[in-house]
Write a protein that binds this ligand. Structure first.
Ligand SMILES: NC(=O)c1ccc[n+]([C@@H]2O[C@H](COP(=O)([O-])OP(=O)(O)OC[C@H]3O[C@@H](n4cnc5c(N)ncnc54)[C@H](O)[C@@H]3O)[C@@H](O)[C@H]2O)c1
Ligand SMILES: *[C@@H]1O[C@H](CO)[C@@H](O)[C@H](O)[C@H]1NC(C)=O
Ligand SMILES: *[C@@H]1O[C@H](CO)[C@@H](O)[C@H](O)[C@H]1NC(C)=O
Ligand SMILES: *[C@@H]1O[C@H](CO)[C@@H](O)[C@H](O)[C@H]1NC(C)=O
Length: 342
């Protein structure tokens, strides 16, 4: 038997629950609408869409979906190419969510939008990730002058430097000077194809002044299989990423000449010491500790074992120097670029 007062209590608590529930839904919708669509939505564009550019877009796109302070959509500027079948690369990326030329077989995420128009791709971005081969960056920067949003933050994933008459210029400095924006860097033991398959690796963000901006870059890139640490040494991090590519050429020669593992280890050790000495000569502010981050010794090791510079240098030595680097680059890398100062 249920008394009248019990019935009343039951009804009362039921309607109260409903009342709470509907309020919860209302509040949730309201908050979601404002945080996700209106107020603090940071927009991200990736400038470049090669092997590493595509993987970077994948990492970022998986995070913008999870993080409430970022717009879901990630734009990726694609240097337009016509594929052997006659289709445009951009359209194929858009339709299949896959960069069939530079990262075949890997889904980038439905929220990655390919755009062949550089100006259009960058115009609304608050955070710009630069990841083209270094030799194209000067030209890209010229096209971008005056086209980017005021206060936008830059991040360079580019390993290399421009060597000018006045001396070497780091790519982040080129970006920062030409576009008038802050530019941090992200480097590390990051062979793109391995990260594409979600195999564990680490990376280093190098920043010069603003820790809170560096933390936002760390947040944007970190996944369970990609662990990012920020250090206050932008030049050190960028020089590590750049100079290890030269040591990797020597490592490739050792492989081609079949000189053995001990010799290769010696090349890596001596190479690391030279990287440190050379970096400090260019920028006395460079810290020793930076060389023990992912961008330093770890990137040196992975590049000397598996990188593309090593591969082409090995072929060069095996051919007794009779075939040029340009010819071997073309044949072995299929549109990807060697990472050497030009
Ligand atoms: N691939 C890796 O494993 C890896 C890892 C870490 C860092 N990086 C660095 O990332 C940067 C980009 O390398 P990647 O592997 O993404 O590129 P990539 O070598 O795979 O691809 C070449 C890219 O250059 C573009 N391109 C060709 N001609 C061009 C032109 N005239 N103007 C502009 N773009 C043009 C192509 O469309 C393509 O997107 C490099 O600095 C590299 O050192 C690469
Ligand atoms: C790519 O996709 C977006 C969003 O679906 C669309 O607006 C754009 O026109 C597409 N661009 C190309 C080149 O296919
Ligand atoms: C660099 O970043 C800081 C911190 O966000 C900001 O105050 C400053 O205006 C930025 N500089 C440029 C040139 O955007
Ligand atoms: C290094 O050692 C491995 C395992 O013994 C061997 O397969 C490889 O050929 C060696 N590398 C060189 C450069 O001799």
């Amino acid at each position: 038997m249920v008394s009248e007062s019990d019935q009343f209590n039951l009804l009362y608590s039921l309607s109260f629950t409903l009342f709470l529930f509907s309020h919860f839904i209302l509040c949730y919708t309201f908050l979601h609408y404002f945080t996700k669509n209106k107020l603090v939505m940071t927009k991200v564009t990736v400038v470049g869409s090669g092997n590493w550019g595509s993987v970077a877009a994948k990492l970022i796109a998986s995070n913008t979906l999870l993080l409430t302070n970022f717009n879901d959509e990630v734009k990726m500027w694609v240097f337009e190419e016509t594929l052997p079948g006659g289709e445009k690369l951009t359209e194929v990326i858009n339709q299949t969510n896959e960069n069939v030329k530079y990262l075949p077989g890997i889904k980038l995420g439905k929220n990655v939008i390919a755009d062949p128009n550089l100006e259009n791709a960058v115009k609304d971005a608050d955070m710009l990730v630069f990841v083209s081969p270094h030799q194209f960056m000067e030209g890209i920067c010229k096209l971008l002058v005056g086209k980017i949003k005021a206060g936008a933050e830059g991040l360079s994933l580019i390993k290399g430097m421009e060597v000018k008459k006045e001396g070497p210029c780091m790519i982040s400095t080129l970006i920062s000077n030409q576009l008038g924006i802050n530019c941090s860097v992200l480097m590390g033991a990051n062979i793109a194809n391995e990260i594409a398959m979600e195999k564990f690796s680490e990376a280093t963000v190098g920043y010069s002044q603003h820790k809170e901006v560096a933390d936002k870059w760390v947040q944007l890139f970190t996944t369970p299989y990609f662990i990012v640490t920020a250090v206050n040494d932008v030049e050190g991090v960028e020089l590590c990423g750049t100079l290890k590519n030269i040591v990797a050429i020597a490592a490739g020669f050792v492989d081609g000449l079949e000189m053995g593992n001990n010799t290769k280890a010696a090349i890596m050790r001596l190479g690391l010491k030279e990287m440190m000495a050379f970096s400090k000569l260019l920028f006395p502010s460079v810290k020793d500790s930076t060389f023990f981050e992912s961008c330093g010794v770890a990137d040196l090791i992975t590049t000397c074992m598996g990188g593309r510079n090593r591969k082409v240098a090995e072929a060069y030595a095996r051919n007794g120097g009779k075939r040029s680097f340009e010819e071997l680059e073309e044949e072995l890398l299929k549109g990807q670029k060697l990472q050497v100062p030009k």
